[in-house]
Design a protein around this ligand. Structure first.
Ligand SMILES: [Zn+2]
Ligand SMILES: [Zn+2]
Length: 382
């Protein structure tokens, strides 16, 4: 295989999803793999913390009290980054004024939610079974469906939102938002201040940078390749080559992408072309939950620690042209910072910030390690 030589030489890899490049320097990790150097970490958190603003029945910052929930719970973030109502702002369009050219701004409104994954303070997605993650997937689907533009072709397939009455705030929208970013920051290394298992959902009027780049690339590929989805073609290649696949079931592959920047970065990609969460059948919803369980459990098993990461879902925008929506292909990114052990982490610094991202261990090596650490969660043996 012509790619084999890439195990030994420095090279750049192209990320077709972002239209960007990264530097790969595999010879820098030719030193023997040392594996974990710290003892396996044991969980020490209580299942309920009276001080936690996410635990059932506790009071939150702005005085609201959480219900005695038993599965997932959604509420509007008490410290939202964007708000539904704010003072009006419009920049003058007189381009002769230098400040209108160089000091540009546009207003953003939106709504930010917090979603708890479990009532138990001391669990993470890695501790949950596929069946226990399924309610999280279903809640994401309901919230996405509730925010879809009525003009989107996806609105026809989206079932009406059936969130419980305590979550009426989800459907009472003041504007049509364009983008929904579902994400999780897990662990103090990713700046997450509360260990209670939870993620966030931010909706905004504008389309942010990452999805803008991906949608442009996906749209261009579809146009240039007779209507084919870039990620369908990519999945086909990965299934043939098998070098970077960590896990697969009937509906999804988990892969360390060819262009991964973070040492153990993975993507969950739908094998069939799915535009968004609302396209999933019930069995695909469960297969997606299983893929999340497989990623997070393997991550924790890798260094026998609660593995930090940021993860997020990319799918069709809530509102967009038919071409943008049809070009979108559902996937989820996991960006974890750990490199060789529970404490040796990678930072994106000097060269990465000034030139382009760089990695040492190849995605093929990372995939082999993640493939090898499936099975029971290490903590259950302690
Ligand atoms: Zn809690
Ligand atoms: Zn993406």
């Amino acid at each position: 295989m012509p790619e084999e030589i890439l195990d030994d030489i420095s090279h750049r890899r192209y990320n077709p999803l972002r239209g960007s490049w990264l530097l790969v320097s595999p010879h820098r990790t030719k030193r023997p793999w040392q594996g974990q150097q710290e003892p396996a970490s044991k969980p020490s958190l209580p299942p309920y913390d009276p001080e936690c603003y996410l635990c059932p029945k506790n009071k939150r910052a702005q005085g609201d009290t959480n219900p005695d929930y038993t599965s997932t719970f959604v509420f509007v973030n008490d410290y939202s980054a964007v708000k539904e109502k704010q003072a009006e702002y419009k920049q003058a369009e007189d381009t002769k004024d230098l400040s209108d050219v160089l000091l540009r701004a546009e207003p953003v409104t939106g709504k930010c939610y917090v979603l708890t994954f479990s009532p138990s303070h001391n669990l993470t997605l890695a501790d949950l079974t596929s069946a226990e993650i399924l309610p999280v997937v279903k809640t994401w689907i309901q919230i996405y469906a509730a925010h879809l533009s009525p003009s989107s072709p996806l609105a026809a397939v989206a079932k009406a939102s059936t969130l419980p009455p305590s979550n009426n705030e989800v459907s009472a929208l003041k504007a049509q938002y364009k983008w929904m970013q579902i994400f999780e920051n897990k662990g103090a290394a990713m700046g997450c201040s509360n260990p209670h298992p939870h993620g966030q959902i931010w909706t905004t009027t504008g389309l942010p940078e990452e999805p803008t780049q991906e949608i442009e690339q996906l749209t261009k590929y579809r146009r240039d390749n007779g209507g084919k989805s870039m990620l369908s073609d990519y999945v086909k290649l990965e299934l043939e080559k098998k070098e970077r696949i960590v896990f697969k079931n009937a509906s999804f592959i988990v892969v360390c992408p060819w262009w991964a920047v973070w040492p153990f970065e993975v993507m969950i990609i739908s094998i069939a072309h799915k535009r968004a969460l609302v396209d999933f059948s019930s069995s695909e919803q469960l297969d997606f939950a299983e893929s999340i369980a497989e990623v997070t459990r393997r991550y924790d098993n890798l260094f026998e620690t609660s593995f930090p990461y940021s993860s997020g879902i990319h799918q069709a925008p809530l509102e967009g042209t038919e071409e943008e929506i049809e070009s979108s292909h559902f996937h989820m990114h996991f960006y974890p910072p750990l490199l060789r052990s529970a404490t040796v982490r990678k930072f994106l610094v000097g060269y990465e910030l000034m030139a382009e991202p760089q990695r040492d261990i190849t995605p093929e090596q990372a995939a082999a390690k993640l493939r090898a650490c499936g099975g029971e969660l290490y903590r259950k043996r302690l």
